[in-house]
Write a protein of this length. Structure first.
Length: 185
């Protein structure tokens, strides 16, 4: 956990509302992408899980011990909530015990149980590390499944310029992802 996270968490635990806002702003988009990926693109359900995750995280912030990054802890909560969602949507299917808890009641997942090395988490961490413009382009193209034409209209650039930016964004992602993957395993 970095110093900025420690300060924000300390301030939030001491009642500073702006610290909660800053934690939310820092992690909201990336957490949404993680959840959306986990539940295979069901946007409305992802929004519900995303909101529930932040509510639970902020209500249980005092349980966060700092043994992982705050984002990893958020992903653990989100993964549990998404598993509850999947369990309720797909009744009767046998679930992998590593993915879905057998307990239907929600509990905050201890930090040491979150999977720091999972591909999903490395992807989301990688998105967090590349610049905002590249992140937005990649999310628009691969998560929101927008065409290059739609993206070019959104960012007010030509088709060719958008295509070029997207190419650079993919290269930046691959370079950062490879580095992260090598660090984690």
């Amino acid at each position: 956990m970095n110093v900025k996270e420690r300060i924000l968490i300390y301030d939030a635990l001491n009642g500073e509302k702006s610290a909660y806002e800053n934690l939310y702003k820092e992690f909201a988009d990336l957490l949404y992408v993680y959840i959306l990926h986990f539940i295979k693109g069901h946007r409305e359900d992802a929004k519900d899980i995303w909101q529930e995750t932040f509510i639970i995280a902020f209500e249980n912030l005092h349980k966060f011990k700092g043994n992982s990054s705050f984002f990893t802890w958020l992903c653990g909560i989100a993964k549990h909530k998404a598993s509850d969602y999947l369990r309720s949507k797909i009744k009767g299917e046998k679930y992998n015990k590593d993915i879905l808890s057998q307990n239907s009641e929600y509990e905050v997942i201890p930090e040491n149980q979150s999977d720091e090395n999972s591909t999903e988490l490395i992807v989301v961490k990688t998105l967090a590390q590349i610049n905002k413009e590249y992140r937005m382009l990649l999310i628009s193209k691969y998560i929101e499944e927008k065409s290059i034409t739609e993206i070019s209209v959104t960012i007010n650039k030509t088709y060719k310029a958008t295509e070029s930016l997207l190419s650079r964004a993919r290269l930046a992602f691959i370079k950062t992802y490879t580095s992260n993957k090598n660090k984690n395993g």
